[in-house]
Ligand binder design. Structure first.
Ligand code: ZN
Length: 236
């Protein structure tokens, strides 16, 4: 893959939007090309700067009350996160008021119902880095779902945490994990496997069960889910 093509794919690569073939091609190129490494570092620095500049600040109480009064009796606007970010990126002095409304929706939900317990549910990213207590961890996950049925769960596995997501993996009693995995998948739990770990441990990507998807980097994925999709972090 040439530098021009890699450069075109860097943003979707960071966002975890590339298919496996392109992820592998980009990573192979990045291992050898200082120029593209500098380019990816530049993009990440710029993204950090933008997200810091857009971090919500606290509005004066009187302004908050005035905005809340405007929305009283109506549901909070959906997609508040993207609205706020979009407005922030395009921010100009003339639309400052709109910006305030945008982040109020994001940072100060005045209507408890709009914040939790709706169809969207709480978003949790479980971080799984070890392979020792997987069976207990999956049980914890199931109990969590039983207690909170609207929960949206993503499990991000890396290092030894990926082992139970490989074809034919069994627990310490010789029971295959696949049954429990499929049950959790059927309840909406998503499993994401770190491709860096696979590369480092020289595991063929085809060894990963089809119930899991690959992401370029487990740690980057956890950070992205928290920062950009509002997931709460829990360590398994
Ligand atoms: Zn290059």
């Amino acid at each position: 893959m040439k530098c021009t093509e890699v450069n075109r794919l860097l943003n979707p690569y960071i966002d975890g939007e590339l298919d496996l073939q392109n992820v592998l091609a980009v990573e192979a190129h990045l291992q050898e090309c200082p120029r593209c490494n500098a380019a990816i570092a530049g993009i990440q620095t710029m993204r950090t700067a933008i997200s810091r500049a857009c971090e919500p600040a606290k509005a004066p109480l009187r302004l908050r009350e005035a905005v809340q009064a405007q929305f009283a009796g109506t549901a909070a606007p959906r997609q508040a996160t993207s609205l706020s970010l979009g407005v922030c990126l395009a921010a100009a002095p003339g639309i400052a008021a709109l910006l305030i409304v945008g982040w109020l929706a994001l940072a100060q939900p005045w209507n408890a119902q709009s914040n939790a317990g709706t169809a969207q549910g709480t978003r949790i990213v479980y971080h799984l880095a070890g392979g020792n207590h997987v069976k207990a961890n999956l049980r914890t996950l199931k109990n969590h779902l039983d207690a909170e049925p609207n929960l949206q769960v993503v499990v991000v596995a890396h290092s030894d945490g990926i082992n139970f997501l490989l074809q034919g993996a069994k627990d310490t009693e010789g029971q295959p994990y696949i049954g429990a995995l499929r049950e959790l998948r059927a309840r909406g739990v998503e499993f994401r496997v770190c491709t860096n770990t696979l590369t480092r441990q020289q595991i063929d990507t085809r060894a990963v069960v089809p119930e899991a998807v690959l992401v370029p980097s487990g740690i980057a994925e956890i950070s992205r889910l928290q920062k950009r999709e509002g997931y709460t972090y829990l360590r398994l």
